[in-house]
Design a protein around this ligand. Structure first.
Ligand SMILES: [Zn+2]
Ligand SMILES: [Zn+2]
Length: 451
């Protein structure tokens, strides 16, 4: 029998640069190739030698977020000649995110790859539908299942010699406006799962509850004649927030003030409309009947001037990238809205340590906003609120996934080490599975006694 093993190249005891090398005899398959955008130096990239890149036969991408896909055009630039497999939705969103990364890299003079590399990379992609069976080699097959995280996100199911290896990528256990929760995984031998919210106390609200809380907060600010800034990630949460606000306005709960959409969120919304069949049926139907397309509602507007004069001239709600206020137009709105106590900032997603969003969530009232040239100090008098819309499974969601997959062996990746240790204990006790928290660079055989 051919030797099968997996090597952990990133997202070990941490989040960022997800990448895992699956070996089966002569077949070399890479699962994800992400970048840790917040890190410095070598730790931004997967632990993969340039000289090993041409050895890879396949690169399978779970979803488009840069911590899972940001390294791929670099690999094509450095001799990757294999096939990239992902869903159509993932391909469309990766194109947007890669072009944006190339543009920012050019501006900062530290580009890993340029627009031409992105074009070359897109040509190596073969889009795969959910539930389509793909043969990777003798005795090795692939199937994607819905992961419920963002547009196109997939659970990766590898089958080798009759055994199942499931890689979750990032996944969600909750029904949202756009997506169904993760699809039931098959009975699994080896499960490699994300644990972003593995803390036993991490229970997140349902989408209807989060939507209601969001609308309530927005109403409070509008009633005192303030405006609202909601920094959003371009893909996923941005569209969820759009739908939550549209619903609150259509029902009459919120007055119909303009909702300004600024940054990459607009192109990302177009990608959702193009891939309408990957969305849940109720929303797909509304989009296909052009008249009721919620993304085209009249209150959604795009600022036309660079100075955003029309936005500041009246009361309104602004959805702008980036989600953690680390870049993008959201920072300009923060600078303008911050000094007025009637205004409100609502943080809706994961805020990484050290990001401006996290600093504000933790109560800082004097902050520095990085500008194109220099830094501006701003006194924050506006009201700062957090409403949790997450695309990740919370603790009960993670437990539920393990219960459904019934794995014999579990690898925990993409999470904080301390929480992983606690979660390891839970899985061992509850499900009698072997659990490993791999370290960076570790190789684990998937046969014999293993570890
Ligand atoms: Zn993700
Ligand atoms: Zn991720």
């Amino acid at each position: 029998m051919e030797m099968t093993k997996v090597r952990f190249l990133g997202a070990c005891r941490g989040v960022g640069r997800s990448s895992f090398w699956f070996f089966h005899g002569n077949l070399n398959v890479l699962l994800d190739a992400g970048m840790d955008v917040g890190a410095e130096g070598e730790s931004r990239y997967p632990l993969l030698d340039d000289q090993d890149i041409p050895r890879l036969d396949f690169l399978i991408v779970s979803h488009a977020h840069l911590d899972h896909s940001g390294y791929i055009p670099y690999m094509v630039k450095h001799g990757f000649k294999g096939i990239i497999l992902c869903t159509r939705g993932t391909r469309d969103v990766m194109e947007l995110l890669w072009l944006d990364a190339a543009r920012i890299g050019k501006e900062n003079k530290d580009a890993l790859y340029g627009e031409k590399d992105v074009t070359k990379t897109l040509k190596r992609i073969r889009a795969v539908e959910y539930h389509q069976h793909v043969r990777l080699g003798k005795g090795v097959g692939l199937e994607f299942l819905n992961a419920g995280h963002i547009l196109g996100s997939a659970l990766v199911v590898l089958e080798f010699d009759g055994k199942k290896f499931v890689y979750t990528g990032d996944f969600s256990g909750k029904e949202t406006h756009l997506f169904h929760r993760f699809e039931r995984p098959p009975k699994t031998d080896f499960l490699m799962m994300e644990c972003t919210y593995a803390g036993t106390d991490q229970v997140l609200p349902s989408t209807p509850n989060a939507s209601h809380e969001l609308a309530k907060q927005v109403k409070k600010a509008l009633e005192r004649k303030g405006s609202v800034l909601i920094p959003v990630f371009a893909v996923g949460r941005g569209q969820e927030i759009m739908l939550a606000l549209a619903q609150a306005m259509e029902s009459g709960f919120l007055p119909r003030v303009p909702i300004w959409l600024d940054g990459m969120i607009n192109k990302a919304t177009d990608a959702h409309v193009r891939n309408v069949l990957q969305l849940r049926e109720s929303i797909a139907k509304r989009i296909l009947l052009a008249k009721s397309n919620p993304f085209k509602a009249k209150f959604f507007r795009v600022p036309s001037s660079k100075e955003k004069r029309e936005v500041f001239a009246q009361q309104g709600i602004v959805l702008a990238t980036s989600g953690m206020l680390t870049g993008g137009p959201a920072r300009l709105y923060l600078e303008r809205f911050a000094p007025d106590a009637r205004n409100m900032l609502i943080l809706v997603g994961y805020q990484a340590h050290g990001s401006l969003g996290r600093t504000l969530a933790e109560g800082a009232r004097m902050v520095e906003i990085r500008k194109r040239v220099g830094v501006k100090r701003v006194h924050v008098r506006m009201d700062v609120q957090s409403v949790h819309f997450s695309g990740h499974a919370d603790y009960p969601g993670l437990v539920n996934f393990v219960r459904e997959a019934q794995p014999k062996t579990v690898f925990l990746v993409h999470g904080e080490h301390k929480k992983m240790e606690a979660f390891k204990g839970v899985v061992e006790k509850k499900f009698k599975a072997r659990v490993l928290i791999p370290y960076l660079g570790q190789t684990v055989p998937l046969e014999g006694k293993g570890f």
